[in-house]
Design a protein around this ligand. Structure first.
Ligand code: ZN
Length: 101
């Protein structure tokens, strides 16, 4: 866990947005939780692809980031695996909400 307040705020904001979207899709679609989780993970993957494409030579961003898909995907997989082992925001647990879907 990082103690960087900007990173923690970004983490909390992203988590809130994704919980909102997850619950909305769960309640609206009737799809099972793992299906919705897989769609969420796939959405992250496609966002990575889009952002990486914008950072290749001739891309629209000039921040200097050089995508390296193998290492980047490995980092994303590690983040996913690590996060499933911990409950960083016990106050924001959604099990009860999702369980009613
Ligand atoms: Zn950039």
């Amino acid at each position: 866990m990082s103690s960087n307040p900007d990173k923690e705020a970004a983490r909390a904001e992203l988590r809130r947005s994704i919980v909102d979207a997850f619950c909305k899709v769960m309640n609206g679609s009737g799809l099972p939780p793992m299906m919705v989780m897989s769609l969420a993970a796939a959405a992250i993957g496609s966002i990575y692809r889009e952002v990486a494409d914008q950072h290749r030579s001739g891309g629209s961003c000039s921040c200097g980031w050089q995508p390296s898909p193998d290492a980047d995907v490995e980092a994303l997989q590690a983040a996913l695996a690590t996060a499933t082992e911990a409950v960083p925001f016990p106050d924001l647990r959604i099990a009860q909400v999702a369980g009613r879907a």
